[in-house]
Design a protein around this ligand. Structure first.
Ligand SMILES: *[C@@H]1O[C@H](CO)[C@@H](O)[C@H](O)[C@H]1NC(C)=O
Ligand SMILES: *[C@@H]1O[C@H](CO)[C@@H](O)[C@H](O)[C@H]1NC(C)=O
Ligand SMILES: *[C@@H]1O[C@H](CO)[C@@H](O)[C@H](O)[C@H]1NC(C)=O
Ligand SMILES: *[C@@H]1O[C@H](CO)[C@@H](O)[C@H](O)[C@H]1NC(C)=O
Ligand SMILES: *[C@@H]1O[C@H](CO)[C@@H](O)[C@H](O)[C@H]1NC(C)=O
Ligand SMILES: *[C@@H]1O[C@H](CO)[C@@H](O)[C@H](O)[C@H]1NC(C)=O
Ligand SMILES: *[C@@H]1O[C@H](CO)[C@@H](O)[C@H](O)[C@H]1NC(C)=O
Ligand SMILES: *[C@@H]1O[C@H](CO)[C@@H](O)[C@H](O)[C@H]1NC(C)=O
Ligand SMILES: *[C@@H]1O[C@H](CO)[C@@H](O)[C@H](O)[C@H]1NC(C)=O
Ligand SMILES: *[C@@H]1O[C@H](CO)[C@@H](O)[C@H](O)[C@H]1NC(C)=O
Length: 880
């Protein structure tokens, strides 16, 4: 053997040995991390394999409940450290803690984040190295997410697996461990009803379309938007299996739908001897029937339901459902014993080894009642304190010792508008948690619509985790300002940027610090069904302007300035490079500007997608607020029968709607066509695609398929619907008012003429004018016209959902271009007006009926609905 051969053998030997040893250590590492593998994959999806492979996730076996506590009994944490340069180790005692740790690292060390509207992932060569170990913990065992309504309003019921995967990743990163997971419930119902001899078509009569699933699961309606196809039901079943598997792999404990007594109305005929209460209404819809929980049929159906549910989706720890949602009370029912029976049926197996499951209840309006809670022991349920930032019940001790979660409710109907009660999200949860004997077990958010106002959610879920040495003596405002520094870094990748910080500072002390606790985002007047004295769009909404509009306008200026600043920075960098080249080549610097040619798309790439979305959203908000002012000017002109001003302002108002439509065509997040495309993808046949599109267009306009107070509940400031739904409504309205004042003026002129003539003794003209008055509108009074009574709105509106127009689903114009144009067109105009609005707001509001103070919230129970389509027999104004 030659020398170099020997050397080679040795090298090979070493290599094999070395390999073995690294392999085995890798293997042990892998074994240790087997349970964290799902988090590894998550990291790869978000950051790419190259960076993700230098992250080690370590799941530590450790009790979550600390006995020797005096401050907190719950001890979930994550620890970040760099074992070597450009390597990261994340340790936690929960899987979700590992994901949260990853997001924390991304936000604070990679200056990156993902969100519903845009990502900001810095392209890094290496993982940043941590100088010291960081330990963060949370006292909140549960972090909850989603409303039933979110599924329908944010079109989650139409999502495919790809979209779901992304959402679950985002939730895991946020540290959410208790999501409501109700996809595929139709399959449980189908199997359940089949077992009690329902026919296929009887079952389909009960199941709703995906656009209205939320209100079916809450027991408000049945069958609406249906019938669905078998392929839809099966598709949702497959999807839910994937969703649950992924959620569970990442350490979440999803909440599944429980059986709480909601049954098809058709059950009554099949089981005439059972106690089944029907004939209840919800805003004109016939509610599903309620099967008495103490009837023996209840236990029988519940047993089938839970057994089918387990077969399809496995057993959950939590089941949701409210038999008495929004006033569905059966008079005389003993709620205590109902609750006991519902809870008992939920346990489903009699095996004492099986862990007891918990009932998740929503605290909303009068529910859950004390009487119902008396039927449950303290560890049998968890109550979600809905909208705790504004109408919390924990403060009044309404939960009589039961565990609860503090949840925010920042949106209704996926209405588009900037909104937040930002200081409450920061200050309220710790307060609720720290009161003596607090039974608060966590936090969460239960918005009717997601996808907007990410700050509201980011700050809530980030502030739930505390660094051990964190300064706790800051005021809520100071905490918000401190957080904004982080937010701007991880959302836009900018540090200490004056323009961005000034903008967000203004937004968070105005529109994001709402004092209007009832209705979520203030509704844009452009979207309202026309009338005089419009002060809201949806029946339970508000257009109340609670903030200083100048702040939001100035924020727009700062955002627009940032665009200029960023472009300038880029230009300087180019110039500098050119200078260097010129120096090398010995050329002169003359006319160098001419060399700096930067294309529009190159300039657009300077901006993070997150920023571009926020820029458009802010421009949108300013136009929306301005519509409120313009509207008042139009109505004032009408009142003064000033034809010229009326024509001018009403034209401006209509033009504003068109401008808004165009602005919003710059981002898919604001485009009807983008949503309709995803909705139609779920349909398996052309007919089903059409049905899905039609039901979503209905949901966001008339809502019900008969005239009702629900119209415009889910109004949308989106491209497409502005132009083809809201604009024609206002055109119609202004037309009739304009005709009216023209006639009025003519009459007045005539009256003057007549007076002159009668003074001169001439009476002939009178006959001629009578003929002219025979116009269409003459049969309506001025009040009728003002309130829009001369127009059958429902008939006008329902056409939109069937209009067959294909809306563009991809951006039609650059964000920067349209923002610049609209900023130039509107900024100073609005500024001049704003000085007015902020000074004379009280007077304007008083004079034109716009509310000064938010109204007392009407509960559904107080609302009388006008038409009960199917509910024959029962009183029209029944309490609902
Ligand atoms: C926690 O308990 C320890 C020992 O009982 C005590 O010394 C300490 O002061 C307590 N801390 C607080 C914040 O109450
Ligand atoms: C993130 O931002 C901070 C503050 O500006 C900066 O020091 C750091 O280098 C940035 N990190 C990366 C990875 O860009
Ligand atoms: C991964 O870590 C190694 C050191 O262990 C380092 O050489 C490499 O550059 C790191 N890769 C990244 C992408 O940070
Ligand atoms: C369904 O039909 C089968 C066969 O006719 C019958 O044995 C069973 O009792 C029925 N089930 C119910 C719940 O009526
Ligand atoms: C209601 O039911 C509970 C539990 O079964 C019982 O203790 C209570 O007496 C009942 N209340 C009335 C008013 O019947
Ligand atoms: C807290 O609980 C203790 C023990 O159960 C009780 O004595 C005390 O009154 C409670 N305090 C409050 C404020 O409810
Ligand atoms: C935000 O609103 C709260 C009331 O909800 C108020 O106390 C606080 O001063 C406001 N903060 C700012 C910066 O305006
Ligand atoms: C509104 O905010 C602006 C600053 O953006 C301020 O100058 C003005 O005084 C404020 N107006 C009112 C009525 O608070
Ligand atoms: C219009 O003016 C009349 C008085 O002429 C007044 O009663 C009414 O409230 C005004 N309406 C509006 C919308 O300004
Ligand atoms: C829309 O298309 C359907 C079927 O293609 C048709 O029946 C309907 O009349 C069309 N509606 C309009 C308003 O064109």
């Amino acid at each position: 053997m030659k020398k170099h051969q020997i050397a080679l053998v040795i090298i090979i030997l070493f290599a094999i040995l070395g390999n073995v040893s690294t392999k085995s250590s890798l293997q042990s590492l892998k074994q240790k991390n087997q349970r964290a593998q799902a988090v590894n994959f998550l990291a790869s999806r978000i950051l790419g394999d190259r960076l993700a492979q230098n992250i080690t996730f370590n799941l530590i076996e450790q009790d979550l409940i600390v006995e020797s506590r005096n401050e907190t009994g719950y001890n979930e944490y994550f620890i970040l450290s760099s074992p070597q340069e450009n390597e990261l180790t994340i340790q936690s005692n929960t899987k979700i803690g590992l994901s949260k740790g990853l997001f924390y690292y991304m936000k604070n060390y990679m200056n990156s984040s993902i969100s519903w509207n845009g990502d900001n992932i810095q392209q890094l060569e290496y993982l940043p190295t941590l100088k010291e170990q960081i330990r963060i913990q949370t006292p909140y065992q549960f972090r909850y997410m989603f409303n039933y309504c979110t599924y329908s309003y944010s079109l989650m019921s139409f999502w495919d697996w790809q979209r779901w995967e992304r959402e679950i990743d985002y939730m895991a990163l946020q540290g959410i461990n208790m999501p409501l997971a109700i996809i595929g419930t139709s399959k449980i119902w189908q199997n359940t009803l089949k077992s009690i001899n329902y026919t296929d078509s009887e079952i389909l009569d009960f199941l709703p379309g995906p656009g209205f699933e939320a209100w079916w699961l809450m027991g408000n309606l049945e069958g609406y938007g249906g019938p669905v196809t078998q392929s839809y039901i099966d598709g949702q079943y497959d999807l839910q299996k994937k969703i649950l598997k992924r959620m569970r792999n990442l350490g979440m404990q999803p909440i599944l739908q429980g059986f709480y007594g909601m049954v098809p109305n058709s059950l009554k005929a099949k089981f005439p001897l059972s106690k089944i209460y029907g004939d209840q209404s919800w805003l004109g819809f016939r509610r599903p029937a309620f099967l008495d929980a103490n009837d023996e049929l209840f236990a029988k159906i519940a047993n089938i339901f839970y057994s089918e549910s387990e077969k399809l989706y496995g057993r959950a720890k939590f089941y949701g459902g409210d038999p008495f949602h929004e006033g569905a009370i059966v008079p005389g029912l003993n709620l205590t014993s109902q609750a006991q029976s519902i809870y008992k049926a939920m346990q489903y197996t009699d095996n004492p080894k099986d862990e007891k499951v918990k009932w998740i209840l929503q605290s909303w309006q009068e529910n859950p009642s004390q009487q119902l809670l008396q039927g449950l022991k303290n560890d049998e349920c968890i109550i979600l304190d809905l909208m705790a930032e504004a109408r919390s019940k924990w403060q009044t001790n309404d939960f009589s010792g039961h565990n609860f979660l503090w949840t925010s409710l920042p949106n209704f109907g996926l209405r588009i508008g900037q909104y937040g009660m930002i200081e409450q999200y920061v200050s309220q949860p710790p307060l609720a948690y720290s009161i003596k004997n607090s039974t608060m077990k966590g936090i969460g958010s239960i918005p009717e619509g997601i996808l907007t106002n990410v700050l509201d959610y980011e700050i809530l879920f980030d502030k739930a985790w505390i660094q051990t040495n964190q300064d706790t003596n800051l005021t809520p405002r100071q905490q918000v300002l401190q957080y904004l520094g982080d937010f701007i870094r991880y959302r836009y990748g900018e540090e200490n940027n004056k323009n961005l910080f000034s903008a967000w500072s203004l937004l968070t002390n105005s529109i994001y610090n709402s004092t209007n606790p009832w209705d979520g985002p203030s509704e844009s007047i452009m979207l309202a069904r026309p009338a005089s004295n419009v002060d809201k769009v949806s029946s339970w909404g508000t257009s109340y302007i609670y903030w200083n509009t100048t702040n939001v306008l100035e924020a727009w200026k700062f955002f627009t300035n940032y665009v200029k600043e960023r472009k300038q920075r880029n230009r300087s960098q180019h110039l500098q490079k050119l200078e260097e080249i010129n120096k090398k080549l010995g050329r002169s610097d003359d006319d160098m500007e001419a060399f700096v040619e930067i294309s529009d798309s190159e300039e657009r790439n300077l901006f993070k997608d997150t920023f571009l979305y926020d820029l458009v959203d802010l421009a949108r908000q300013n136009l929306a607020s301005y519509s409120y002012l313009l509207y008042n000017k139009v109505m004032m002109a009408f009142n003064q029968t000033d034809t010229i001003k009326f024509a001018l302002y009403s034209q401006q108002f209509l033009e504003l709607i068109k401008d808004q439509d165009q602005l919003l065509s710059s981002r898919k997040e604001f485009m009807l066509g983008y949503y309709l495309e995803s909705v139609s993808k779920l349909g398996s046949t052309d007919q089903e695609k059409e049905n899905f599109i039609e039901q979503i267009k209905r949901q966001i306009t008339v809502w019900s398929d008969f005239p009702s107070d629900l119209h415009d509940y889910a109004n949308k400031e989106w491209n497409g619907i502005l132009k083809d739904f809201y604009l024609p409504r206002w055109e119609l309205y202004f037309k009739s008012l304009e005709t009216f004042i023209i006639e009025e003026n003519k009459k007045q002129e005539l009256a003057q003429l007549q007076q002159q003539q009668s003074e001169e003794g001439n009476v002939e003209v009178q006959e001629e004018t009578k003929l002219e008055e025979e116009s269409d509108l003459i049969k309506y009074t001025k009040e009728d016209l003002l309130s829009g009574k001369n127009i059958n709105w429902y008939d006008v509106e329902i056409k939109f959902s069937k209009n067959n127009i294909t809306y563009p689903s991809t951006p039609q114009i650059s964000e920067l271009e349209i923002n610049q144009a609209l900023f130039q067109k509107y900024y100073s105009v609005i500024l001049a007006e704003h000085i007015n609005i902020n000074q004379i707001r009280p007077t304007v509001q008083k004079q034109y009926g716009i509310r000064l103070q938010p109204k007392q919230h009407q509960t559904y129970t107080q609302v009388k609905f006008s038409k009960d389509k199917q509910n024959n027999g029962s009183a029209e104004t029944q309490q609902i």
